[in-house]
Write a new protein. Structure first.
Length: 346
C-alpha cells in the first residue's frame, strides 16, 4: 500500500485549530496518530492523507483547506529529497532529482518535467500513482501549493509560473486561484501542474557537489528500485500515452525495451494482461473526470484514447452500467454533502 511521510501534514493541526475545529478527531477518523504529524520518520497511507484533508475541509467549512495548508509547508517537508534537489547545479537538475527520489518521501506520487515541442514552454506535472483513489481535490491543491513554494525556493520568492493546471472545477472563487498561484488558472485539466518558461530550467543554483553526492548515496540505499511490479510502471506509461492514441502493446513494450510477448508474459506472472491494464486505467480516469470535472464527453473520449465518443459510451455501460452522461448526473446527485458545503464557501 502506498504511504507518505508524516511531514506531509506539517501545519495541519495548527491550521485546523485556527479555523476553529479540533484536529485530533479528524486525524483519528483517518487512521492517523496525532503524534505522527510533522515526523519525517513516520508513515501513514496516502489514502489516509486524502481522508484527513477532505474531512478537515468539511469540518472547518474551508473549501480552500489544501491551499491554506500549503502556505505552512515548503521544501523542508521532503527531508533529504529536498537536500538532493537544492544541492544541484541547475533548476532542471533539481527537478530531475525530485523525479528520481520523490518515492523516498512517498511512492504514491511523482513529478515530471516535459519540454513541449516547438515551444519555449515546459510542463511540470504532479501525478498521483495509486489506483482508484477516493476524491482528492484537497490533496491536489495542497500539492500544487507546495510545488509552487518549492519553485520559489529555487527561483526566488517572487517567481510566478505561466499557468497552473487544476484537474477539477474551482473550489470557490476562480480569482482566489489567480491570487494564490500568481498565474492564470486552468480548470478541469487532464493533468495537474504548472507551465513554465523552459529558460527557467537552465537557471543556476548554488551547487554543493559533496553534499549532493552524500545525500544521493543515502537515497539510493533507501529506495528499492526493484520492489515495484512491472504492471505499475505500465499503468503510468499507459496513462501518458492514452491521449496520443499510442497506448498499444508494441509501443509500450518498446518503451521498456521488451518484446511484446515478453511484456505479456511478465504481466501474466503478475496476474494481469496489457489489455486489462489499459482498460483499468481508462475506467479509473473516466470515473474521476466524470465525477470531478465538466470535461466534455468528446474531450474525455480523446483523453482516453478512443477514436469515437460512441466507444466511450459502450465502455461506460460496461464499467458502470449506465451511459457517461447518466453516470455524471448520478455521481453529482449523490456527491457527499461535505463537498457541496465546502464549494459554497467562496
Amino acid at each position: 500500500m502506498s504511504v507518505v511521510r508524516g511531514t506531509s501534514l506539517t501545519g495541519f493541526s495548527d491550521e485546523v485549530s485556527t479555523l476553529g475545529a479540533e484536529p485530533s478527531p479528524i486525524l483519528r477518523r483517518a487512521g492517523i496518530r496525532p503524534g505522527s504529524i510533522g515526523d519525517f520518520d513516520t508513515f501513514f497511507t496516502y489514502v489516509a492523507l486524502i481522508d484527513a484533508l477532505e474531512s478537515a475541509a468539511a469540518v472547518t467549512g474551508a473549501h480552500d483547506f489544501g491551499r491554506r495548508l500549503a502556505r505552512r509547508q515548503g521544501i523542508e517537508i521532503l527531508g533529504p529529497v529536498g537536500v538532493a534537489a537544492r544541492t544541484t547545479s541547475t533548476v532542471a537538475e533539481a527537478l530531475s532529482a525530485f523525479e528520481t527520489y520523490l518515492s523516498a518521501y512517498s511512492p504514491a506520487i511523482t513529478v515530471q518535467v516535459q519540454e513541449l515541442p516547438d515551444t519555449e514552454i515546459a510542463f511540470l506535472e504532479f501525478r498521483l500513482l495509486i489506483a482508484d483513489p477516493p476524491p482528492h481535490r484537497q490533496v491536489i491543491e495542497l500539492s500544487l501549493g507546495v510545488t509552487l513554494r518549492v519553485l520559489r525556493f529555487l527561483l526566488g520568492t517572487t517567481y510566478s509560473p505561466l499557468t497552473v493546471h487544476v484537474p477539477h472545477e474551482p473550489l470557490g472563487d476562480r480569482t482566489d486561484y489567480l491570487h494564490e498561484f500568481s498565474c492564470t488558472p486552468r480548470f478541469s485539466e487532464p493533468r495537474a501542474g504548472f507551465t513554465l518558461q523552459a529558460s527557467d530550467l537552465a537557471r543556476p543554483l548554488a551547487a554543493d557537489e559533496t553534499a549532493h553526492r552524500a545525500i544521493v548515496t543515502y537515497l539510493d540505499g533507501v529506495i528499492d528500485r526493484h520492489d515495484r511490479q512491472l504492471s505499475g510502471s505500465v499503468r503510468d506509461l499507459v496513462r501518458q500515452l492514452l491521449p496520443t492514441g499510442a497506448a498499444t502493446l508494441p509501443v509500450t513494450a518498446r518503451q521498456f525495451r521488451l518484446h511484446p510477448k515478453t511484456l505479456q508474459r511478465r504481466l501474466a506472472a503478475e496476474g494481469t494482461t496489457f489489455a486489462a491494464v489499459v482498460d483499468d486505467v481508462r475506467r479509473e480516469l473516466a470515473e474521476r473526470w466524470l465525477r470531478e470535472t465538466d470535461m466534455t464527453l468528446s474531450h474525455l473520449a480523446h483523453e482516453l484514447g478512443y477514436a469515437e465518443q460512441s466507444v466511450l459510451t459502450r465502455s461506460c455501460r460496461r464499467w458502470f452500467g449506465v451511459s457517461p452522461a447518466r453516470f455524471r448526473h448520478e455521481a453529482r446527485a449523490t456527491r457527499p454533502l461535505t463537498i457541496n458545503h465546502t464549494s459554497m464557501r467562496s
